[in-house]
Design a protein around this ligand. Structure first.
Ligand code: EPZ
Length: 438
């Protein structure tokens, strides 16, 4: 298992390019199962989760060509397996996104029921209830969800989600585009990734309106065709690099991003003393303001409010802000795993239930620490970049799931960080045994 060894203290400086959004590329790749025609996706991030998704599509019988590293051309014209197996689902929950398109197009799907993960139990009951409302028969067999549509396929209906769910909304959209009649999703998730998926599905011939609002209406069509689509920039990677500039006291030009997708994050960071200049619609410059960082409370909520996927990074920043901040996590019940590791580095954090109280500013010291999930690992990397001395971060495979070539990017900005493979020191290599991105 790889580790990162970091010597903190260098202010990050320079320009960085943001990659495609992991949480949009995953459902967009799943959507390619809805047609036998070729679908080409550009700006697919080169991260572990997308490699897993590609493998899942190939296991189902699709052909996935990669004419360029971040371009996938998928042709699902020979799908002969309708099952997302346990060995893939256990490594990536988002494999459940195969359920909607398989059920919608082929009337059958079998997906291993994802277990809990580090940040919460994360059930998919709302997905399954919605499929049943569309007419499917859903059962659990030896740990697998087995869903079957009636003869003639699914039938459009009204889905009232009792709780906002991102992949639940995406799964129902993909099941409903080929259903008979109209489906209305109420209390739908409004994340930019939902709009991006709807954009792709519309290019494939689907009839969708209201994506990005609480009510999405889908008129079923008989079949979908091919399309070409570019995945939106990753708003969480963008937010992570804004925090990296502020926490290290550096200055970063962040390119190929979309500030409009993280308004709540930008507003909160500005409140806390981060200067964020929007040079144009896809470029911003971030630095710590002359007044330094000031503590500000935050509560995570569904989009367009402050995203849970930025909570851990924000907590790291608040350890370097003057005053006391209260961080309330309302989406996942166990998303403070990073706090204990920050405390090991000298942070003053008290947390219970879904609330954490951070007192700053506390100097952080290097210490051996362990990453527990994707965003927790990003938070720890940010913290060690401003810590005194040397730190070793274990289990960094978590960060490879969602951040493309993070060591290479940080080193290009002046960070003293290296990836160490058990027993082999590697200078700048990333993602071993897979061709390096250009
Ligand atoms: C998506 O997960 C993202 N993943 C997550 O990003 C993100 O944290 C989350 O949305 C919230 O923004 C992808 O898009 C692949 P939810 P998802 O369904 O869809 C409960 C990252 O770091 N719930 O919106 O799985 C659930 O337990 C990842 O990139 C049910 O109770 O999240 C949670 O408390 C981590 N029953 C809440 O709803 C259900 O059937 C929101 O979950 C579904 C969800």
């Amino acid at each position: 298992m790889d580790k990162f060894v970091v010597r903190g203290g260098n202010p990050l400086k320079g320009s960085i390019d943001i990659g495609g959004a992991k949480n949009s590329a995953l459902p967009c790749l799943a959507a390619t199962l809805l047609t036998s025609a070729a679908v080409t996706l550009h700006n697919v991030p080169y991260v572990k989760d997308l490699i897993t998704q590609k493998r899942l599509l190939e296991d189902l019988g699709a052909t996935v060509l990669t004419p360029a590293l971040r371009t996938h051309q998928v042709t699902a014209d020979h799908i002969d397996v309708f099952e997302a197996p346990y060995h893939l689902v256990k490594t990536m929950r988002a494999s459940v996104l195969a359920l909607g398109p398989l059920l919608g197009r082929f009337g059958q799907a079998r997906v291993s029921l994802p277990g809990g993960c580090a940040i919460g139990t994360r059930p998919i009951d709302l997905h399954l209830q919605a499929f049943e409302k569309l007419g499917a028969v859903v059962s659990l067999e030896s740990g697998d969800v087995v869903a079957r549509a009636p003869q003639g396929g699914l039938t459009g209906t009204t889905i009232d989600f009792e709780k906002i769910t991102v992949t639940g909304t995406e799964n129902v959209m993909m099941a409903a585009v080929l259903a008979r009649g109209t489906t209305t999703i109420n209390n739908a998730a409004e994340e930019p990734e939902i709009e991006d998926l709807a954009d792709l599905l519309s290019k494939m011939g689907a009839r969708i309106s209201g994506a990005g609002t609480p009510t999405i209406v889908i008129e079923g069509v008989d079949e979908l065709g091919g399309a070409e689509h570019t995945i939106i920039p990753d708003r969480i990677e963008t937010g992570t690099f804004i925090v990296a500039a502020a926490i290290t006291g550096g200055e970063l030009e962040i390119r190929h991003c979309r500030p409009d997708d993280l308004r709540a994050v930008i507003a909160k960071l500005r409140e806390a003393g981060v200067e964020i200049e929007e040079k144009d619609a896809t470029t911003l410059v971030a630095r710590r303001g002359p007044g330094g960082l000031t503590s500000r409370d935050v509560t995570t909520e569904p989009h367009p409010n402050f995203p849970t996927d930025m909570q851990a990074q924000y907590m790291a920043l608040m350890t370097q802000a003057e005053g006391t901040s209260v961080i309330t996590e309302t989406i996942f019940e166990n998303r403070f795993m990073h706090a204990s590791e920050l405390i090991r580095m000298g942070a003053d954090i008290h947390f219970s239930g879904n609330t954490a109280v951070v007192r700053g500013r506390t100097p952080l010291m290097g210490a051996p620490i362990i990453a527990s999930d994707l965003r927790a690992s990003a938070s720890l990397v940010l913290a060690v970049l401003c810590a005194e001395g040397e730190t070793t971060i274990d289990r960094v495979y978590h960060i490879d799931r969602g951040y493309e070539t993070i060591v290479r990017k940080l080193r290009s900005l002046g960070a003293d960080i290296e990836r160490v493979r058990q027993g082999i020191e590697a200078a700048t290599g990333e993602m071993p045994a897979i061709p390096q991105p250009a």
